[in-house]
Structures are given as structure tokens and as C-alpha cells.
Write a protein that binds this ligand. Structure first.
Ligand SMILES: [Zn+2]
Length: 197
């Protein structure tokens, strides 16, 4: 029995709330993001807290027509091992995100949504919806595009010794505010029922 499988339509219609903790080890795509030296040392345990809340409510469509729509708000949080791109050492980053989706019947309904309705991302529902997959998607999207310490504990050895005698090059311009094309793509591809399994 899998506690993560829910009837998403019923979940929203009855305003259910569910929450729990999921082990990092149960999220294969997150596991691959853990730096190799952390995995090898056995320190890569961890868990993430998640909370899902369904709601059904009347909405006014862009064309002025009233409708009843279903929503799912999913929040995820927890510490994640990543490799700092500045000093190349592993560190723990706190992930924290909350997203509200509008639940739709199928892909066609997702595509048929008026453009003005894009306030919430469409999520294709199912009677056997796997919350864990969505939790993992959200955690993956919450990963920083350029992981790095706020302040690195020490300069990386190869830079510190500077065996070629040159001075350290100027740091690259900050790029962390740029939206990632991969994150955007992942958001577009998000449809749990056909996630290439
Ligand atoms: Zn660092």
C-alpha cells in the first residue's frame, strides 16, 4: 500500500490535507544530485517535510464564465547536500518551496486553458496520483541554479597554492538571478502521468 497515491480530484473536492516526511533515499532523482563524496561517505541521509492541501472553489474564467476549479497547494522543505560551485566542497542547502496548481482533467484541458488563466500552473490530475513524484519535482525545481555557500569556509586548495604563480582571476559576474531554461522546461514537462516511466 502506497500512502502517496491519492485520488487527486477527490482530494481537492473534499478539501483534504496531508503531510509527512519523505526520505531522500526514496527520491531517486534527488539522490543523483547529491555530490559523490557525500554519497560515498554515507552522509547522504536526510528527509524532507511536505504538506499538500486540496481545495475546490468557484472561479471566474478569463472569458467571464463562472466555473468550479480544483487546486492543490504543495509545500516542501528540508536540507539537501550540494556541491558549492565556488569552492567545490559539499554543503547543505535549505530547500523550501510552495506551489499552487490548478488541477485539470487531462492534457487537452491543460492546453485549452485561456492564457490569462496562467496564474496557476496546470497539473493533470488522476485517480491514482503519485504525490511523491510531485514532491520530488518540486524539490528538484527548488534546487539552486548555481549552488554555493553564502560565504565559502576556505578557498579551494588549487587556488590557494596558485602553483602557476598567477593571481586569482576576477570572479565571474553573479548569475544566480537568471531564470534557468531547464527549470522552465521542467515546469512545462510536468505531467505526472506520463513522466517517462
Ligand atoms: Zn563554497
Amino acid at each position: 500500500m502506497n500512502e502517496y497515491i491519492v485520488d487527486l480530484f477527490e482530494f481537492a473536492r473534499t478539501g483534504r490535507v496531508a503531510e509527512g516526511d519523505v526520505q531522500l533515499a526514496a527520491l531517486p532523482r534527488m539522490v543523483t544530485e547529491v555530490p559523490a563524496e557525500v554519497s560515498a561517505s554515507g552522509r547522504a541521509q536526510g528527509e524532507f517535510h511536505w504538506r499538500a492541501e486540496g481545495v475546490e472553489k468557484p472561479v471566474l474564467r478569463a472569458d467571464g464564465k463562472p466555473a468550479v476549479a480544483q487546486f492543490l497547494t504543495l509545500s516542501v522543505e528540508g536540507p539537501m547536500w550540494l556541491e558549492c560551485q565556488r569552492c567545490l566542497t559539499p554543503y547543505q542547502e535549505s530547500l523550501d518551496s510552495e506551489t499552487t496548481f490548478e488541477i485539470v482533467r487531462d492534457e487537452a484541458a491543460a492546453e485549452a486553458r485561456p492564457l490569462d488563466d496562467d496564474e496557476f500552473e496546470a497539473l493533470v490530475g488522476s485517480k491514482h496520483f503519485d504525490l511523491r513524484e510531485l514532491i520530488e519535482e518540486e524539490l528538484l525545481l527548488a534546487l539552486p541554479i548555481v549552488p554555493k555557500h553564502e560565504v565559502c569556509p576556505s578557498v579551494h586548495e588549487s587556488l590557494a597554492t596558485g602553483d602557476d604563480g598567477l593571481t586569482e582571476p576576477a570572479p565571474a559576474p553573479e548569475e544566480e538571478d537568471k531564470p534557468s531554461p531547464f527549470a522552465a522546461l521542467a515546469a512545462l514537462k510536468r505531467s505526472p502521468d506520463k513522466d517517462g516511466k
